[in-house]
Design a protein. Structure first.
Length: 156
C-alpha cells in the first residue's frame, strides 16, 4: 500500500481471469503481481470492516520501509501502543518513542505517514485538547475519531 487506499476496479471478475488494475497510478497503474491481489483484497476487506465498525485492529503485513529513521520509530510506536478508541498527544507519543520534547517532529512524522488509517495517525491530538492536523483534512480526522467513539457524533 502507498499513500492512498485501493478500491476494486472494473474487470477481474469470475468470467474475466484478468486481474484488475491497481488504481492511483494514472499512467503508472499496473496489474498486481501474482499473490498481490490477495493482499489487496484483504486490505479492502479490512478497511471496509473498519469503516462499518466491526474491525478495531488491522492485521495486515506492513512495509515499514516506506518510512525511515525517527518517522518510522514514531509510526511503529503509534501502531503498537495507541489502540482503537484512544488518543495520544504529540508530546506523549514523542516521549514514548524515546524523544521527549520532539512533539513537532511527531507532527511531521504523522504528516508523512504512508499508511493513514491503517497506521492510525488520526489518533494523535494536541496536548492541550485540540484535535490537531491531518493529511486528509481536519474534518476527516474528526469523522474517524467519531467512528472510534473518541468524539461524540454530531446531533445534526
Amino acid at each position: 500500500m502507498g499513500g492512498g487506499f485501493f478500491a476494486p476496479a472494473a474487470g477481474g471478475g469470475a468470467a474475466d481471469s484478468t486481474p484488475p488494475l491497481v488504481p492511483g497510478g494514472g499512467a503508472h497503474a499496473r496489474r498486481p503481481a501474482p499473490g498481490e491481489e490477495v493482499l489487496l483484497a484483504e486490505a479492502i476487506r479490512q478497511l471496509s470492516a473498519y469503516f462499518d465498525g466491526s474491525l478495531r485492529r488491522f492485521e495486515l503485513p506492513l512495509d515499514w520501509r516506506l518510512s525511515s529513521g525517527f518517522n518510522r520509530q514514531v509510526l511503529q510506536e503509534l501502531d503498537r501502543s495507541v489502540p482503537y478508541g484512544a488518543v495520544v498527544g504529540y508530546g506523549e507519543l514523542a516521549a514514548r518513542a524515546g524523544q521527549p520534547g520532539a512533539a513537532q517532529a511527531v507532527g511531521n512524522a504523522m504528516g508523512s505517514n504512508p499508511l493513514p488509517v491503517v497506521v492510525p495517525c488520526h489518533r494523535v491530538v494536541e496536548n492541550d485538547g485540540g484535535i490537531g492536523g491531518f493529511g486528509g483534512g481536519v474534518e476527516t480526522k474528526r469523522r474517524l475519531l467519531e467512528l472510534e467513539g473518541v468524539l461524540p457524533q454530531p446531533l445534526f
